[in-house]
Design a protein around this ligand. Sequence first.
Ligand code: ADP
Ligand code: MG
Length: 618
Amino acid sequence: RSNAEKFDFQAEVSRLMDIIINSLYSNKDIFLRELISNASDALDKIRFLSLTNKEILGEGDNTKLEILIKLDKEKKILSIRDRGIGMTKEDLIKNLGTIAKSGTSAFVEKMQTGGDLNLIGQFGVGFYSVYLVADYVEVISKHNDDKQYVWESKADGSFAISEDSWNEPLGRGTEIRLHLRDEAKEYLEEDKLKELVKKYSGFINFPIYLWASKEVDVEVPSDEEESGDEEETSESSSEDETEEEGAEKKPKTKTVKETTYDWEVLNDMKAIWLRNPKEVTDEEYSKFYHSLVKDYNDEKPLAWSHFTAEGDVEFKALLFVPPKAPQDLYESYYNTQKSNLKLYVRRVFISDEFDDLLPKYLSFLRGLVDSDTLPLNVSREMLQQHSSLKTIKKKLIRKALDMIRRIADEDPDEFSNKDKTETEKASENDEKKGQYARFWNEFGKSIKLGIIEDAHNRNRLAKLLRFESTKSEGKLASLDQYIARMKPGQKDIFYITGTSKEQLEKSPFLERLTKKDYEVIFFTDPVDEYLMQYLMDYEDKKFQNVSKEGLKLGKDSKLKELKESFKELTDWWKNALSSENVDSVKISNRLDNTPCVVVTSKYGWSANMEKIMQSQTL
Ligand code: ADP
Ligand code: MG
């Protein structure tokens, strides 16, 4: 084309495209879901803008927020069109090739170590999956602020952009034209496309149409009529003739099948969160979760909560606990603000980067909130300030913690289920077995961070805490379980901190306690040191670090006597070490075999904390 400008793909994007083109990945279907998801995003964007500016939608067909799929079997072209926001020339250059997103290199790296291509959408590079099935792709786009442009590439390291003077004007939006490879001919079958839209895009909130063929009966003039030979007409039609007297000149017709085309809608668009929870199946929730997080494997979310909040602030919400924590969940913990919830206002998508719908420690949850109370026609910034957000947040936290507690309640392995009869346990869903340990493994740290950060819900969160102890026998125990096992007369909850259970089991601090059959909690995560600065008590029991000063194990009448008789030694020792090194040297009853230990003062940092502070890890 004479007016085409050529651009090189950014290096990482080029590598990504090579990987996709040469991939032996068998599930090529995913490209369609990625294109529909992009179309849906583009429609969300224009709809959001139209809330504050009605004119932006234009008129006629432009106002229809829809996705249109068309096939050209002869030319082997599959096209997906939306009436979304469209892309300006600059958008096309930036979004489709020259600016690598942060996820690009991460995804390339993943793919080189045998990662799953199915996750492409999560890394923000879903568009390029088109090259799984096409060797030449055109993107025609019209944005309100610019002319219509065509982006095109054969994935040979470069793409071209031209002002579009030959295609039909789009009005507004984007059409992606895939020139399918020979091996990908199946995507020219209507049935295949219908199946894929059902499978992957069932939760898209805009209508998806297919230009679909239909066999219809049509009346055509019969050959007999054309020849004018009326003698050869069949019995039945001569009967007709007798009925309509004088209609001899009426042309004779016959019924034949003819293929016609029309737009056929492929999805039902009823938002799942608007449905009655009783009527939504587990499988539907699971599928919705996968489409929400763009992770299409078979792993079910660990739990979900679907509810309607009523009162001053009305909203519907659907929350999920993912089956796994993302790798970087805690790496980026202090840098990320955004929660992972999508915000809708009266079914209209507003944002998926809305700050402060959930506290940071619950940012691992996924899901959405659809509010009836928030105003529609204000900017995102104004919404962010809205007073009802506080109430929404508060209710979401409560529901989220309830949902997490329910994982434990329904898990037959959990202590809270101890008092159930064996038959009750057996009748419980086997799928729930071990689920809380799984949750704890993935997200336990979030609960601990919650105890640190959320004073208001501290007790509720402490209930969710799990740990190993001198009596847990390799399993996880809860504070309620600890309390149930406390010895008569025991006042405090004993714990010890360190780098590993193995190391702690050998600790001299435990000698006496285990001998006397007291249970001691092992806290071995660096965050536990911080945690225990905030978690002072639980159910009126105080926490006592057994490596710190102040451990009381009941009365020992001999102690006073011993203190007296060893006073000379302790005084000498204290002097020898000087006050820079120790606060005091004392006789104590906390040891059994070990002759002496270094103990931290009540308000000082434990030895473990000193180590953590030196290495500065959390
Ligand atoms: P993601 O959707 O995660 O941002 P993609 O690789 O799927 O990543 O798309 C890249 C970008 O290209 C999108 O962020 C968007 O800006 C733009 N884009 C893709 N498809 C469309 C479309 N149909 N309409 C408007 N913009 C689009
Ligand atoms: Mg996308």
